[in-house]
Design a protein around this ligand. Structure first.
Ligand SMILES: O=P(O)(O)OC[C@H]1O[C@H](O[C@H]2O[C@H](CO)[C@@H](O)[C@H](O)[C@H]2O)[C@H](O)[C@@H](O)[C@@H]1O
Length: 910
């Protein structure tokens, strides 16, 4: 079995070697802030290629979860010279949050320039004459020549030498997790699927391109997805960065500059997602696992599902998932949700994002969402939260590099006698660098005693041009320094460029506090790496520094309040937190750090990786068990034998959709077809048979329907009322007072939505309320209202023990504590104690048949299967109609007619 790890960027990219005279003319030749990459490429690849060293050399792999692991013991066990060979060089791994540089812009490597221009405006895209029209308007949309390059010029790349190097963009957390899983023996066979993260039009139709693809496939376990430069630019720079990234991080599009309402770059998002799906489909073999990552590829799960209905697909969202109120601003919200729902398992970093997703599906798609996942018409999609973490083993190795020690020494000398507050963040609005600096300024203003004694070092990496933010931040930096600096002291060191990995580790180790002020962030692994580096293991260090962390990061949910939690919008609170961090006594510092460190060591990258795949296996098996294509057909022959061999039989039969076709819900005088009445009477003619009919309808309706079937047992309103077999009185299961109480409040809410949905109506039953919108004038908008209505009721009514369930064209609100399952249980218990008056023998039930067609029948299938499993009933048959996934033991595809004819045949055996 191979695991396809699908992520926008491959862990490797290409570095070209051009004659120096030529290369200088290419804008992509970036400033080298790190040593030449190829040297490290080889080392990194070695790490990736090696099979589990733990497995090879009898080194004890860390068990997951490793919360209780003793730190000393853990590293002592893994301190092995062999292991060091796996991490021979620093810079083999990057920070877990590496901050990708802008695509196609000045970078570390020599790569072709992009031939993309900005995506054309929406009105241009609608027409075929794109080029002419754009040219006539003199607007972007046709490929414009750009300075420093030309199409013929960049062909030089097609003949240049090249090497594979570790990419400087992408998800470092994911890469480290894959590496840790390989090392830990949890992942034997993997294939990365992704792009090179560089423009590739210049390589079009060349042998070079083929060679690169082949080399990556054979030597680096990587399938390369090639897209046109303009497609990738539209996808990544535009749709991902300008629409999805801000919206997923709550940058609500309420200003005219925001692009969330426009969708011209959507077509590129679709194209790139499709290119990924095609690549996967082409290479997938039965048994392979597909694990797709992050917001760049939200449509891929469904695109793959369309072609490979049986594939095992997982999806993990690394960034935050916003509340439904924010998500609904996206023009293509349904497509995005449906794209994700192509997976078998969807993972989020924390519970809050998973809950938002479930709520959003319920509201916008009007589907049933439970705590476990989303019930679609024909499939269930599991939803979990599982926080990613860092790889302590690799980090431990890498920090012993002499460069780290060197940098630590330099910094200690430079900042002797000063407390250091550090940070490394991407410079965009979401990461809150501005708020952080303002808080620091306030802290210095309020605490003169600290001036001269504290330095904040802020590294700000920039991915896209954010000139306004850039200017604001620079102003603050200047203001702080001009207010409080002197010849020997600079309170704020601001580096608007990335630093080497050695400097990064040194910075985290010598710091007294780390401050993260993200307005939103999926997780934030920088603070995990910081806590790890603060363990005092490096010579001369015994830090246990404080962590000031925005409450809006995923990591805050993992740390359980042991950090100094701040709201980055509350500058006063942030300034106070800085003071607290600097003045905290050792005892409290160590106590907090220990708890935080335990959390870091519990949520490791390796644990995350293997736990997700385990959950995916479980979800897939469970979903497939229920898939009707793998559920056998009912065998009449076997059923007949069981029927004849039994002494006392119980039938539990659903009514609408099973014994009769669905009637109109507002048809007051509902009648049962004669054939149904006859079949039931035939069954009841055999005194060994006890027959119950179950329905969501009210007792009065069922009385009317079955007045010509004496002795029939009835379950009304999905289990809230029972009329026992052979009796004539109904028993109401719930307390009628309680029912009245919740109905009163829920009806008000329902009425609100109903009034806004022309053509909808409310049906009131004794124990349930139903909002019908099947015949609404505008079905689309009605289903949105219905989704909101369901979600509103579910949020408000948990205490009243009722739930709203979206069903086909309606939302049903009913009590949680009563169902067909609870009714069946009660009836069965009763049968053990009391004999129905017309039966004069005492044999226990040895034949049980349950037939149903709806989701509400699943509880009773489950109940009956349990009686089968524990041997309470000798012969149990559970039958589901239709094609929805089910827990029933077998299926019947001929609908109501099929059910009636099977029952008729059984009755004839008497
Ligand atoms: O900038 P992108 O190329 O679009 O990628 C977005 C970010 O992805 C990674 O961060 C996300 O995943 C991390 C690990 O799960 C998580 O800690 C972080 O909160 C997420 O935003 C990557 O680490 C960042 O550098 C990218 O900017």
């Amino acid at each position: 079995m191979t695991v396809f790890v699908v992520s926008l960027f491959l862990p490797n990219t290409i570095n070209f070697e051009l004659p120096s005279s030529t290369s200088t003319t290419f804008p992509n030749r970036g400033r080298r802030t790190r040593p030449a990459a190829p040297k490290h490429a080889a080392a990194r690849i070695e790490t990736e290629q090696k099979p589990s060293l733990f497995a090879q050399k009898d080194i004890t792999p860390p068990q997951t979860p490793i919360a209780d692991i003793d730190h000393e013991e853990f590293f002592a066990q893994n301190e092995n010279p062999e292991l060091r060979q796996v991490f021979p060089k620093l810079n083999n791994i990057a920070p877990s949050d590496p901050h990708s540089p802008a695509w196609g812009s000045g970078r570390l490597f020599i790569q072709p320039p992009s031939r993309a221009s900005s995506p054309p405006p929406a009105d241009i895209l609608k027409h075929n004459k794109t080029a002419e029209k754009a040219a006539a308007l003199g607007r972007a949309g046709v490929r414009q020549p750009q300075s420093g390059r030309s199409v013929s010029h960049d062909r030089v790349f097609a003949h240049a030498d090249w090497t594979v190097v570790p990419a400087d963009q992408g998800n470092g957390g994911l890469r480290n997790a894959v590496q840790a899983a390989v090392r830990g023996g949890k992942l034997n066979d993997k294939i990365w699927v992704g792009t090179l993260g560089m423009p590739t039009d210049a390589l079009e139709d060349t042998q070079q391109k083929q060679d690169i693809e082949d080399r990556l496939a054979t030597e680096y376990d990587s399938l390369t997805v090639f897209c046109k430069d303009s497609d990738f630019d539209g996808h990544y720079t535009h749709y991902c960065k300008q629409i999805l990234w801000p919206v997923f991080h709550y940058q609500i599009p309420d200003n005219p500059k925001n692009k969330a309402y426009e969708d011209h770059s959507w077509v590129y998002y679709v194209k790139v997602n499709q290119a990924f799906a095609d690549k996967i489909v082409k290479n997938w073999k039965r048994g392979d696992v597909i694990w797709i990552h992050d917001y760049h590829l939200l449509l891929v799960p469904q695109m793959v599902r369309k072609k490979l209905p049986d594939a095992k697909i997982g999806f993990f969202l690394h960034v935050a998932f916003p509340s439904s109120e924010v998500f609904r601003c996206l023009a293509v919200r349904k497509e995005l949700l449906e794209g994700m729902l192509g997976a078998n398992l969807i993972g989020f970093q924390i519970h809050e994002y998973a809950r938002h997703f479930l709520q959003t599906c319920s509201r916008l798609l009007c589907v049933e969402a439970t705590n476990e996942g989303v019930q679609l018409e024909d499939r269930f999609v599991d939803v979990i939260s599982l926080a990613i973490g860092i790889d302590p083993v690799a980090l431990d190795m890498n920090r012993t590099d002499p460069d780290v020690a060197e940098w630590m020494k330099t910094m200690q000398e430079r900042y002797r006698g000063k407390k250091l507050i550090v940070g490394r963040d991407k410079l965009d609005h979401v990461r809150g660098v501005r708020q952080k600096l303002l808080a620091y300024e306030l802290f210095l203003n309020k605490n003169p005693q600290w001036r001269d004694k504290v330095v904040m070092i802020q590294v700000a990496t920039s991915t896209t041009e954010q000139s306004e933010l850039d200017a604001t931040v620079s102003d603050i930096v200047m203001r702080v320094n001009s207010s409080w600096a002197n010849l020997a002291y600079q309170p704020l060191v601001y580096l608007k460029q990335d630093i080497s990995y050695a400097q990064y580790l040194a910075l985290l180790t010598v710091a007294d506090a780390l401050m993260i002020a993200s307005q939103r962030e999926g997780m934030n692994l920088t603070c995990h790496e910081y806590l790890f580096c603060q363990d005092g293991k490096l010579e001369g260090h015994n830090k246990f520094g404080s962590l000031i962390l925005s409450e809006f990061t995923g990591s805050a949910s993992v740390f359980g309040g042991n950090e100094l939690s701040v709201n980055p919008w509350d500058y006063r609170q942030c300034a106070d937190a800085i003071k607290t961090a600097l003045e905290m006594g050792d005892e409290e510092k160590i106590d907090r750090w220990k708890k935080l460190y335990t959390a870091v060591m519990h949520h490791t990258a390796e644990h995350w990786f293997s736990a997700f795949l385990q959950r995916l296996d479980m979800a897939y098996d469970e979903q497939h068990k229920r898939d009707t294509t793998s559920v056998p057909r009912l065998s009449l022959n076997a059923l007949g034998h069981m029927y004849q061999d039994s002494k006392r039989r119980l039938f539990m039969l659903d009514y609408e959709g099973t014994l009769a076709s669905w009637g109109s819900p507002n048809n007051i005088i509902l009648t049962s077809p004669q054939r149904t009445i006859d079949v039931l009477n035939d069954l009841l003619a055999d005194e060994k048979n006890i027959v119950y009919v179950m329905s969501g309808r009210q007792p009065e309706e069922l009385d009317r329907l079955f007045k010509r079937v004496p002795n029939l047992g009835l379950i009304a309103e999905n289990g809230c009322f029972i009329k026992e077999f052979g009796y004539s009185k109904w028993k109401e299961m719930p307390d009628p007072e309680k029912m009245r109480a919740w109905q009163e409040s829920v009806e008000g809410t329902m009425r609100y939505y109903q009034e806004r949905t022309p053509g909808s109506w409310i049906e009131k039953r004794h124990c349930s309320l139903i909002f019908h919108y099947k015949d609404a004038d505008d079905f689309e908008s009605a289903s949105r209202q219905a989704g909101d209505c369901a979600s509103h009721i579910n949020d408000a009514c948990e205490k009243q023990r009722v739930r709203a369930i979206p069903v086909d064209g309606a939302v049903t609100v009913e009590p949680i504590d009563w169902s067909k399952g609870t009714a069946a249980m009660k009836i069965f218990e009763g049968l053990k104690k009391n004999m129905p008056p017309n039966l004069d023998y005492t044999s226990p039930i040895d034949f049980l048949m349950v037939v149903g067609d709806g989701r509400d029948d699943e509880v009773i299938f489950r109940w009956a299967n349990e009686l089968d499993r524990d041997g309470t009933v000798g012969a149990v048959t559970t039958v589901s109609l239709g094609s929805r996934n089910t827990e029933a033991g077998c299926t019947l595809t001929q609908g109501v007619t099929g059910v009636l004819s099977v029952l008729q045949k059984l009755a004839a055996f008497a």
